[in-house]
Ligand binder design. Structure first.
Ligand code: SAM
Length: 493
């Protein structure tokens, strides 16, 4: 299938009516969340995929904003025919708490003072960011995520989701990330923060309405940028080539090499799109991130309540979040018998590879997400009827529960038959009173482990729109409907 773009998109805003309390004790009121969505939420509301962005990302993950020259930051994998296929999934991405792209952060107006927060903004954590995303999902009517996915700091949010809201995540994809910040990661973040706070324009965070600490923020970004690349990718991209000159300048203050100009250019453009205080607050939240709670838990203990199926992706040339950190996560999940797959992407791009390796990312993630089984999407609160009931009972239950299919069960919940609204109308026409006279005994069923494609095929072949899901003892444990799989299966290859 051809990979396409989601087209023109706009960032939306959700305002949280109530105050929110934060993990480290602070409170915020009047919080806004900037978000974008692509694709449609299906009727069963089981096709939502949440994307978590990295340090300098935002809600604009895919498609185009009117008049802009570049698409969203993860356009390579979001859109029709891509791994996050918008014909299939309802994709959501929001700007994190503490950010500067529409979600409340230190540059937002503090309702108490009428001025930007600056350093009055409370300290925030990855957990707070995830809690805010959860509020957004509640607002969008999403109770359970089909998948949560993100790279780098986005991967930390994915891991936090899987332990804070284990019941709300079916699949988790954590890319180039770690379950706790390593000393090297903290060290680089600290150098970036020091660059900002040493800039006289920083003014202790109170620079809004004046010149921002452009030199400091640009320097922080230059340092960060180096850590996102690799030795090999820098050789390939720049070598020792000179910028606009044929020989060295032998001049201390001028630039010679392409790599120098490249870093300066990207540092300076970062200043135009990012807030220095957001950089400080978000990097601190990254530093504090530690699922082992300062070593009080082993990583295996930290993941003991996780329920999702996991895909952990590492990148061979990533020296900022090296593959051993992904292996640690996969081992800890495996120790809990959690379904986990660890893939290492072979790439020279370094940490940034998750934003660049379109082929490998699409292939690996698409493969993983297509492993959906009936148990992942079935309705668990099935309305049933006991054998021996009347047609009138069945009609009443259907009306009250708003369902059209009722599995008929015995005292042990074992399946005896099925009745539908169609059978009830037949009973009225033919004046039958007993369920046994109208129920279908030869029921087409499914099991939790069946791939959803199989269930969909059965429904099409038999021209029916729901299958009871049975366990090994033939007891009814769920129901799968054609509505529930429609968008999910439509483009499954
Ligand atoms: N529109 C219907 C639906 O939504 O399933 C299909 C029409 S079909 C003529 C209706 C018959 O299929 C009814 O007699 C009903 O009992 C039967 N039926 C529904 N679900 C079934 C299942 N999972 N296995 C076997 N028969 C089923």
């Amino acid at each position: 299938m051809k990979r396409e773009s989601v087209g023109l998109v706009e960032t939306q805003c959700f305002s949280i009516p109530e105050d929110i309390s934060l993990e480290h004790g602070g409170r915020l009121s009047g919080v806004n969340v900037a978000y974008e969505t692509y694709g449609k939420l299906n009727r069963e509301k089981n096709n939502a995929v949440l994307i978590c962005h990295a340090l300098s990302g935002d809600a604009h993950a895919a498609g185009w904003h009117k008049g802009e020259e570049k698409p969203g930051w993860w356009d390579i994998i979001i859109g029709p025919g891509k791994a996050l296929d918008t014909e299939r999934f309802f994709v959501i991405c929001s700007n994190v708490l503490g950010g500067c792209k529409g979600t409340t952060g230190p540059s937002s107006i503090n309702p108490r003072t009428g001025k930007p927060y600056g350093l009055d903004f409370p300290v925030i954590s990855v957990r707070d960011m995830v809690d805010l995303q959860k509020r957004l999902l509640d607002h969008l009517g999403v109770d359970k995520l089909f998948a949560v996915i993100g790279g780098s700091f986005g991967g930390m949010q994915v891991l936090q989701w899987s332990v804070t809201y284990p019941e709300k995540v079916r699949m988790a994809v954590a890319i180039a990330t770690s379950a706790y910040s390593s000393p090297q990661q903290i060290a680089f973040n600290e150098v970036g923060r020091k660059a900002i706070s040493s800039d006289p324009d920083w003014q202790n965070g109170d620079y809004y309405g004046r010149d921002p600490p452009a030199r400091g923020l640009s320097l922080a970004r230059m340092i960060g940028h180096i850590t996102y690349l690799s030795d090999e990718s820098m050789h390939q991209k720049f070598g020792r080539r000179l910028q606009d000159k044929s020989d060295y300048g032998f001049d201390i203050s001028n630039l010679d090499f392409q790599v120098e100009s490249y870093l300066r250019y990207h540092g300076d453009s970062f200043v135009k799109r990012f807030d220095a205080n957001s950089y400080l607050y978000i990097t601190k939240a990254i530093d504090y991130f530690d699922l082992t709670r300062k070593g009080a838990l082993s990583l295996a203990e930290a993941f003991k309540d996780a329920k999702a199926k996991f895909l952990i992706i590492s990148i061979s040339s990533d020296w900022l979040y090296p593959p051993y950190q992904s292996r640690e996560i996969a081992d800890a999940l495996g120790a809990n018998d959690i379904d986990v797959r660890h893939c290492e992407i072979k790439s020279n791009y370094g940490h940034d590879a998750f934003l660049l390796e379109s082929g490998q990312m699409n292939y690996t993630i698409q493969n993983f997400l297509s492993r959906t089984s009936v148990g992942d999407v079935m309705i668990k609160d099935v309305v049933t009827i006991r054998q021996g009931s009347s047609v009138e009972d069945a009609a009443r239950i259907m009306m009250t529960a708003g369902v059209t299919h009722l599995p008929v069960i015995d005292a042990e919940r074992r399946l005896e038959g099925i009745v539908t609204a169609w059978d009830v109308s037949k009973a009225v026409a033919l004046k039958y009173n007993l369920l046994e006279e109208i129920m279908t005994r030869n029921v087409v069923v499914s099991s939790q482990e069946d791939p959803i494609e199989r269930a969909a095929k059965l429904m099409t072949e038999h021209n029916i729109s729901a299958l009871p899901v049975l366990d090994a003892e033939k007891k009814v444990i769920g129901m799968i409907t054609s509505d529930g799989v429609s968008r999910l299966v439509s483009v499954c290859r």
